[in-house]
Design a protein around this ligand. Structure first.
Ligand SMILES: [Zn+2]
Length: 158
């Protein structure tokens, strides 16, 4: 089982695709929808209207998930995907806050399985995001220099 997002696949029909989003873009050919893993309409509206922040979204969505049986959900998704690997889809890109990361974390934790984001192997999830390792830039490297290294550079300048 993996997660991904609609626009990554465009109009291409692909096996195992299961929407867990509220609604789908018009261009999408994903026929299989598993609504139990979509955020409730109320939750989505509250979030879109800025009535709640991400922390509250996470709290409410986790309560929604807690009403489901992770093993039944996993079984349903496997059956829906048939012979293929289930790919759970939402609208949000890889940089965005998305409920699919909360779904994946929930199934991973409850079932002791791994559900990677498609083509993002080794990237973990946290707080509803893909958790990319921090990109270091030159200034980070300069800050990481030890005092000895700084002394040495100072000497070279003399
Ligand atoms: Zn999403």
């Amino acid at each position: 089982m993996k997660t991904s997002y609609f626009s990554k696949h465009g109009r291409r029909k692909f096996k195992g695709a299961i929407s867990i989003a509220v609604g789908q873009p018009k261009y999408v050919v994903v026929k299989t929808v598993y609504g139990a893993l979509a955020p409730s309409w109320n939750l989505l509206q509250d979030y879109r209207n800025d009535n709640i922040d991400e922390d509250e979204y996470i709290e409410r969505f986790k309560k929604q998930l807690a009403k489901l049986s992770p093993s039944v959900v996993h079984q349903d998704l496997s059956r829906l995907a048939g012979d293929s690997e289930p790919i759970l889809l939402c609208h949000c890109g890889t940089e965005d806050f998305c409920h699919r990361h909360l779904v994946a974390e929930w199934l991973e934790e409850k079932l002791g399985i791994k559900i990677p984001e498609e083509e993002e192997n080794g990237i973990t999830r946290a707080e509803g995001y893909l958790n990319y390792p921090e990109q270091l830039d030159m200034f980070d490297i300069i800050r990481m220099r030890t005092e000895d290294e700084q002394d040495e550079l100072a000497k070279e300048d003399e």
